[in-house]
Design a protein around this ligand. Structure first.
Ligand code: SF4
Ligand code: SF4
Length: 390
């Protein structure tokens, strides 16, 4: 155990702070380790103490150590630590930047790193995928269908074809996310855990992953640091996330029912309407907050990739609603045209997910799951926690 930690400690990256600047953290060097931030952090506890520990590791250039930690994922950016910091070192934003940095470390392709470091590269990639998608759909539609037919025989983009297309995109998304999740597990549970973890703990704690995925419970706990009864960002974030999941299920499983019409099939469309409401409210809320930069520290700074995410999402929601209205009112040419534009936004948005902040949808519940497994395993060792304070 000692040998393992020494080996990791000597792999110092003196340029780590400079590197992290490109991911959004600009003030790490101002930290003088008073520890106020860890004291006020609602989520910090004896085993997972942050954000001071992360600030320290960053200043020491311990990138290899940081990539084995879970703390950045246990932070929900309530902003309390940044408001309290006497040195204006912005630990909350540093934790946010570390999450972006970790996403780039889990990603084996290097695409996430490219996107986070260069907005131009990301925009070119998004445009490239959108153009390829549009060209492919146009070619397919014109070669076998009629632009004035939306559904049924001779349809420009028949629902069975769209279903196969969606499954293909979904499979690419799942493969990338799965590889990244395995890498996260390897970093945290193999390289970063120096005590044995019984295999059955993975089964025993599995429910935690599902619970945190659907409830985002930890985000809700941030409310106690605010004078308001309900922590609004949690509600909106939950609505956005559930809207996204419902839409994904509808598109991957029920697309043929969803696309039939013009009669409205309430058994599936009601879920589509609910999901759209969640997505619209969530998108407008976060765009407004980021533009006005009011109320919460987390909205005062936005990374360029955050904007690519919300702008694409806004386009998806808007074109999805227009396409739905055109189809239901019998304007088939407009419905088909809008459908292509809609899919030109959907495909790069989905394919971008494993390389963007949105992948936290997977990493956050995984982190809670791993954190509790490690806690339980350590208690079983009857081990003594490190005596130094963070
Ligand atoms: S409060 Fe600020 S200066 Fe103090 S340890 Fe945290 S980040 Fe560093
Ligand atoms: S932003 Fe909030 S949750 Fe994150 S480290 Fe700071 S105090 Fe803790």
């Amino acid at each position: 155990m000692l040998y393992k930690e020494v080996i990791m400690a000597i792999r110092v990256n003196p340029r780590l702070i400079d590197d992290l600047e490109r991911f959004g953290a600009e003030d790490v060097q101002f930290c003088y380790h008073c520890g106020d931030c860890s004291t006020v952090c609602f989520h910090s506890d004896q085993m997972y103490r942050f954000p001071r520990k992360s600030m320290r590791f960053l200043q020491m250039g311990l990138g290899r150590k940081i990539e084995t930690t879970l703390e950045p994922w246990l932070c929900y950016y309530c902003g309390q630590c940044s408001e309290q910091c006497p040195r204006e070192a912005d630990p909350g934003e540093t934790m946010m930047s570390l999450r972006r940095w970790l996403i780039s470390r889990y990603d084996i392709t290097g695409i996430a790193r490219l996107f986070f470091k260069s907005l131009t590269t990301e925009i070119l990639a998004v445009i490239g995928v959108a153009v390829l998608t549009g060209a492919f759909l146009l070619y397919y539609g014109l070669s076998q269908g009629n632009f004035s037919i939306y559904d049924g025989e001779g349809a420009f983009l028949p629902s069975h074809f769209i279903h196969s297309f969606d499954l293909l995109v979904g499979a690419c998304l799942a493969v990338f996310l799965l590889i990244n999740a395995v890498r996260m597990w390897f970093f945290v549970m193999v390289r970063g855990t120096s005590f044995p973890v019984p295999w059955w703990l993975y089964l025993k704690k599995l429910y935690l992953m599902v619970w945190h995925f659907f409830s985002q419970r930890r985000y809700a706990e941030c409310k106690s640091t605010r004078p308001t009864k309900i922590f609004m960002p949690w509600i909106v974030h939950l609505g956005l996330m559930l809207g996204y999941i419902i839409m994904l299920v509808l598109v991957m499983v029920f697309i043929e029912k969803l696309q039939s019409g013009p009669r409205i099939d309430w058994s599936v469309h009601i879920f589509g309407y609910l999901a759209s409401v969640g997505l619209i409210i969530g998108t407008i809320y976060f765009i407004r907050k980021r533009i006005s930069r009011k109320n919460y520290v987390q909205y005062k700074k936005s990374h360029s990739t955050d904007w690519v995410f919300v702008i694409l999402l806004f386009m998806i929601v808007l074109t999805g609603i227009c396409q739905h209205i055109f189809h239901r009112t019998g304007l088939n040419e407009l419905a088909n045209g809008t459908y292509i534009i809609h899919l030109m936004a959907v495909v790069p948005w989905l394919l971008r997910m494993p390389f963007s902040k949105w992948s936290h949808l997977v990493y956050r519940p995984l982190a809670m799951y791993f954190a509790e497994i490690r806690r339980d395993a350590l208690e079983r060792q009857d081990a003594v926690l490190p005596s130094y304070s963070y």
